[in-house]
Design a protein around this ligand. Structure first.
Ligand SMILES: [Fe+2]
Length: 404
């Protein structure tokens, strides 16, 4: 009889990680083919936390059959202050102003913290008579869309890099958990990068880049700027940008003019508008700074001079976007991106406060074909404690919201 072993992890092979600083695979303890959080020992839980906070994305293969109610329990291993409220609110979204309703994201009947996303229509799923989920469409999302030839050639792009949080009224969760129920039987697709390199990825791969890697790529002056800067997000951020289109790399909004006028937004108040330090501290990896900024939802930057304490404000949205883009675009290279190639049954846990992620893939055109449908569960819960600033100083805003 082999010795029983506890939970272990291994970083993904170098040829997959490249210089992304992302990715580890978990091996569950002996006798536990499907994860049971309540049966993990304290040592197992510590190992799991270490795997995540060092590698930002962890993968547990072959979890087909896991119960939806397990996902929120698992999330709490990484986030003691996780509430049981989905980041997008308590109920599935039917408000047409919300981005999630554009995907027609539904909720799992057994776990309101678990959303259902993907591509295609499903009948009699977990007690739901019919559920339709919609993948984003390349022809609608970018300012200069992929051409027909590129689409025919199998090119895709990141749609929009983000953290899972609305930047209004609710704080970002520490982790998001994804679980693949159905994988589309579609050939690999590819992304073209500005330096001419191409990356071949699984169709519908979820792409990630590390905030730590993004920080490390900044010049010393930019790092100092980032450490002294607080980011204020747009009021009702996703509603504000809902008609805007993304740059080809999905990092920013390249042109001004499609924003919803602030006076036309749904009712809002400043005390619910998100405001975060530009650089965050990782709870189990406290020496490594993470640049965590959503380049499309930004609104205002406040930068403190560390010597005089004087604050400089940048509140021209176009200028703010350009500034963030000049810093973040350095990460956008094939070797810095981890694109998770989905297998059926995968459970992927990612550090929502340590990476930016994006959907990729052209799947919408296949939505009527049975073997090309796709379904994922997504568990993201709002946290009750705000991300911590990497640099502490008197007056630093660590509340998560604009101070009244
Ligand atoms: Fe997301």
């Amino acid at each position: 009889m082999p010795e029983p072993t506890g939970l272990k992890f291994e970083t993904l092979p170098d040829e997959i990680r490249q210089s992304s600083a992302i990715g580890a695979q978990i091996q569950l303890p002996t006798g536990m083919p499907i994860l049971e959080p309540e049966n993990l020992t304290e040592t197992d839980k510590k190992t799991l936390q270490q795997a995540l906070f060092e590698n930002q994305v962890i993968v547990i293969r072959k979890q087909k059959g896991i119960d939806a109610t397990v996902l929120p329990k698992l999330a709490k291993i990484f986030d003691k202050s996780a509430s049981d409220i989905h980041s997008a609110g308590e109920k599935a979204v039917s408000d047409p102003k919300n981005i999630l309703s554009a995907y027609k994201a539904g909720r799992h009947p057994k776990a309101p913290q678990v959303g259902i996303i993907g591509s295609g229509k499903f009948q009699d799923y977990e007690g739901l008579k019919e559920i339709e989920v919609v993948h984003l469409d390349h022809t609608l999302f970018h300012e200069s869309p992929l051409t027909k030839e590129e689409l025919d050639d199998g090119y895709t792009r990141p749609y929009r890099w983000h953290m899972d949080t609305p930047f209004y009224e609710r704080l970002p969760g520490e982790v998001t958990i994804l679980h693949s129920i159905r994988i589309p039987n579609v050939p690999d697709q590819k992304i073209k990068f500005p330096d001419g390199k191409e990356k071949q990825i699984g169709a519908g791969a979820t792409a990630f880049f590390s905030g730590a890697r993004a920080f490390a790529l900044l010049s010393p002056d930019e790092q100092e700027f980032a450490l002294n800067t607080t980011v204020t997000y747009a009021p009702q951020a996703y509603e504000y940008i809902r008609q805007c289109k993304a740059s080809e790399d999905g990092l920013t909004i390249p042109t001004m003019g499609r924003e919803v006028a602030v006076e036309e937004l749904s009712e809002w108040s400043w005390d619910k508008v998100a405001e975060h330090p530009m650089v965050w501290r990782n709870p189990l990896n406290p020496e490594r700074p993470f640049l965590q900024v959503h380049g499309c939802c930004v609104y205002k930057l406040s930068t403190r001079n560390p010597t005089t304490g004087e604050i400089t404000i940048m509140n021209d949205v176009e200028q703010v976007r350009n500034k963030i883009y000049s810093m973040q675009r350095k990460i956008y290279a094939a070797e810095n991106i981890y694109a998770h190639r989905w297998e059926e049954g995968d459970l992927v846990i990612f550090h929502n406060r340590g990476v930016m992620h994006s959907i990729t893939g052209q799947l919408a055109k296949y939505k009527e074909e049975e073997d090309k449908k796709r379904m994922l569960w997504q568990c993201t819960m709002t946290s009750t404690s705000a991300p911590k600033p990497f640099r502490e100083y008197e007056g630093v805003n660590d509340t998560g919201y604009v101070k009244a």
